[in-house]
Write a protein that binds this ligand. Structure first.
Ligand SMILES: [Cu+2]
Length: 183
């Protein structure tokens, strides 16, 4: 009898623990529990534009692409509120850091690919003042598999810590993901 009661207590504790773990994984942006039941969905999050201190200099767009059920490539981005933009890759040769044009980025199935400082990025020229004022730069990510995913990038002021801003906004930003496979 006592043993049975103990077992019930134990299962109850296990239940509480597993729901706590579930809540934690939901907070992390990508719900791992859901990923195990459904195939991974291609999506983008954590998009932000690090504004250049000099308004005439280009700013850099960073984001994370989460691979879907099969391998694909990010072919381009479309940004209405900028005059010009180009995908770049930072390369270091002989201690010198330089960047070159990136034709596409390979997005392996189920893997995360981060466009981040010192690596792949999108250089952006002439961002509209209204987009900056609204703290919202809509970006359409164009993939080889035909998916076009729209996601709003936020702005990070020169000198501000993007990492901290993203950590705090991670959840809210994750909720903004809009799959747009119809186009
Ligand atoms: Cu660049």
């Amino acid at each position: 009898m006592a043993q049975r009661k103990e077992f019930i207590m134990f299962s109850r504790r296990l239940l509480i623990l597993s729901s706590a773990a579930l809540a934690l994984t939901s907070l992390a942006g990508c719900n791992k529990a859901t990923d195990m039941l459904n195939p991974p969905a291609l999506h983008v999050d954590r998009a932000y534009v690090k504004l250049a201190a000099n308004p005439d200099a280009p700013s850099a767009l960073y984001f994370t692409v989460h691979g879907g059920a099969s391998d694909t490539k990010l072919l381009n981005v479309l940004i209405d509120s900028a005059l010009r933009y180009e995908m770049h890759e930072s390369v270091t040769s002989g201690g010198m850091s330089d960047m070159k044009k990136l034709e596409y980025a390979v997005i392996p199935a189920g893997k995360d690919v981060a466009f981040k400082p010192g690596g792949m990025h999108v250089m952006v020229w002439g961002i509209s003042k209204s987009a900056i004022a609204a703290n919202k730069m809509p970006v359409i990510f164009v993939f080889q598999n035909g998916d076009r995913i729209e996601f709003d990038a936020q702005f990070v002021k020169p000198g501000a810590d993007a990492g901290a801003a993203m950590a705090h906004d991670g959840m809210a930003m994750g909720n903004e993901v809009m799959g747009n496979e119809a186009q």
